[in-house]
Design a protein around this ligand. Structure first.
Ligand SMILES: Nc1nc2c(ncn2[C@@H]2O[C@H](COP(=O)(O)OP(=O)(O)O)[C@@H](O)[C@H]2O)c(=O)[nH]1
Ligand SMILES: [Mg+2]
Length: 327
């Protein structure tokens, strides 16, 4: 399979990416760093209270209970932490442990988009509950890949919510990308069928499929997604090449619950984490990695077409700790 590579040169990409992450994570960092700074301000010595406070701080930052305990347990074994007398040393050991744990959990995970072999259509299905940012993410990706020279087709298979089709069509116009749509309240499967046929017959490089997400009706929702997948596979057996679950980072542990629900019932292959520019506490990325073992593939930093980046763990972690690291 073909892997996407950025067009910029190596060094240019590095600086730009870190700057974009730093700027995008400004609010999230405030929540995360504030908690840590308060914790460090109370630091006296590495005793039982210390570990209790650390666990509380981590849970408060959305890291999740299991991950908080894991970090705290592993830190108990750290000789460097036991000998730490200064706040800066404590801080550095914690940051290093979190980065290490994040990376250790992610070994064998592929954070890049999975594409079909050259000349074949790649189909990517977007799932997630209402309002998390599915349509917006598709709009951003349509624009990105269109600019990169790929032929892109969109399928407006959220026929449930009034205005959903129009919203996708607007993104399509902005990105100069066609949209396959059905009548209001049409069977989403019929829209998917028409789109996959068109994509295959007209040799589109990528088809992005937008779907509806009604949480109050889980069983039906999952059945509908299954049906869409079967229709796609009838036309293109290797598809969908990705099922991307979109999660709103500002909803914290709720997002994690959604991830569990969708992972159990549909073959989610990766996560898109949106609204990281908002008041997300950032720790959710650790929780997803640790509890779900699903790679975060994309990260949303805003509402504009350009506010989407490939997820880079190092940039993310250092972006989150920036004020701590430099203070
Ligand atoms: N700040 C911010 N807003 C976003 C982001 N992604 C989506 N949104 C907004 O979230 C709202 C819901 O997005 P939408 O794509 O319609 O969600 P959907 O129901 O999952 O398709 C819209 O107002 C979007 O502009 C993001 O990364 N940052
Ligand atoms: Mg939508």
């Amino acid at each position: 399979t073909e892997t996407e590579t950025e067009t910029e040169t190596e060094t240019e990409t590095e600086t730009t990416e870190q700057q974009i992450y730093d700027a995008g994570l400004k609010k999230s960092r405030t929540g995360f760093a504030d908690r840590f700074n308060r914790f460090l301000a109370n630091f006296r010595s590495v005793d039982e209270n210390f570990f209790g406070d650390l666990e509380e701080t981590l849970v408060g930052a959305d890291v999740g209970f299991d991950m908080a305990i894991k970090i705290s347990d592993e830190l108990r074994e750290e000789v460097k932490l036991k000998n730490a007398k200064r706040k800066e040393d404590v801080r550095d050991v914690i940051i290093k442990k979190m980065v290490d744990l994040y990376e250790a959990d992610g070994i064998n995970e592929d954070a890049t988009m999975n594409f079909a072999p050259k000349g074949q259509t790649t189909v990517i299905l977007f799932v997630g509950v209402n309002g998390v940012g599915k349509t917006t993410t598709i709009g951003k990706l349509a624009s990105k890949y269109q600019k990169a020279g790929k032929s892109v087709l969109l399928a407006a298979a959220d026929t449930f919510r009034a205005g959903a089709t129009k919203q996708l069509q607007e993104w399509g116009e902005r990105a100069h990308v066609p949209v396959v749509a059905g009548k209001e309240k049409a069977d989403p499967a019929s829209v998917v069928f028409a789109a996959v046929e068109k994509a295959r017959d007209e040799n589109y490089d990528v088809l992005f499929v937008d779907t509806a997400g009604r949480l109050q009706n889980n069983v039906n929702l999952m059945q509908e997604l299954e049906k869409m997948k079967r229709i796609i596979q009838r036309e293109i057996p290797e598809a969908p090449h990705e099922v991307l679950l979109v999660l709103d980072a500002t909803t914290g542990q709720n997002a994690l619950q959604q991830a569990k629900l969708f992972k159990n019932s549909s073959d989610v292959s990766g996560i898109v984490l949106t609204k990281m520019d908002g008041t997300a506490k950032g720790g959710i990325v650790f929780a997803i990695r640790n509890e779900m073992h699903l790679p975060v593939k994309w990260i949303g930093f805003g509402e504009k077409a350009s506010d989407l980046r490939e997820f880079k763990p190092e940039e993310f972690v250092y972006g989150l700790f920036k004020e701590l690291v430099e203070s």
